[in-house]
Write a protein that binds this ligand. Structure first.
Ligand code: 6GU
Length: 238
């Protein structure tokens, strides 16, 4: 059983997690999900979560007090095997290997910031109590951590043992360790001829070694064209 908690000022963003594979993992008891509204831990009439930045500059910063109380409540007395994730465009780049590692942890807490970010002391203080990871999806800016959390939760939950019916499908996909860092080869299904386009003949051959070789070749070709960075410094030179 993996416990997931998400803290956000937009709890409605996480409605999609009740659907599909993640929803099934929750339904089957493999995953337990708690979504928490940060404003629950505000005490003023307007449920204020942000304020102007010290030192000046544009935008607003999330106040430390609501975050401090929220994390105290959600982490509890003994955070144990918990990882606290702060999604942030200035975080470490999220990767399949990080998803793999997080999928084996007992509990994950996602703290979704908005505006120009959360008062730094919240993250620094939390790091004295629990393992903290600041994670970014990539080099572009989203309005807050919510969409990034949805993506990370999906990437992590599908790797929890028992969530995917056929775990062999996991080892051949792009970015998995079993695929040696190559992009996945193209796939085809019936009919054999569609809108004048044929399925590559080798796939009808029943010759497993030749099929494996063809797929490997396509994987290498695709990776060279689209993601030479994955091939390492020497092969990357086209
Ligand atoms: Cl994790 N958060 C935000 N706000 N923007 C991002 C991101 C995260 N990853 C890429 N862009």
């Amino acid at each position: 059983m993996t416990r997931l908690d998400i803290i956000s000022i937009f709890p409605d963003y996480f409605q999609p997690l009740t659907l599909s594979l993640v929803g099934k993992a929750i339904g089957s008891g493999l995953v337990e999900l708690g979504v928490h509204d940060l404003r629950h831990w505000t005490h003023d009439r307007h449920h204020t979560v942000d304020d102007t930045p010290y030192g000046g500059g544009a935008g607003m910063v999330m106040k430390p007090e609501p975050w401090g109380e929220a994390l105290d409540a959600v982490l509890g007395e003994d955070p144990g095997d918990t990882v606290l994730v702060f999604p942030s465009p200035s975080g470490e780049r999220f990767h399949q290997s990080i998803a793999q590692e997080l999928s084996s942890r007992g509990r994950l807490v996602f703290a979704c910031g908005r505006y120009e970010g959360i008062d730094r002391r919240v993250i620094d203080h939390a790091a004295t109590r629990v393992e903290v990871r600041e994670l970014s999806l990539g080099d572009y800016v989203l309005n807050g951590g919510e969409v990034a959390t949805l993506a990370m939760v999906e990437a992590i939950v599908r790797l929890i043992p028992g969530v995917i019916g056929n775990p062999e499908s996991l080892s051949e996909e792009s970015h998995s360790e079993g695929n040696e860092g190559l992009l996945e080869y193209p796939v085809y299904t019936k009919p054999p001829l569609w809108r004048g386009l044929e399925v590559p003949q080798v796939l009808f051959s029943g010759h497993h070694a030749r099929i494996r070789e063809w797929r490997r070749g396509r994987s290498e070709e695709l990776t060279r064209e689209r993601r030479p960075d994955l091939l390492g410094p020497r092969d990357a030179q086209a």
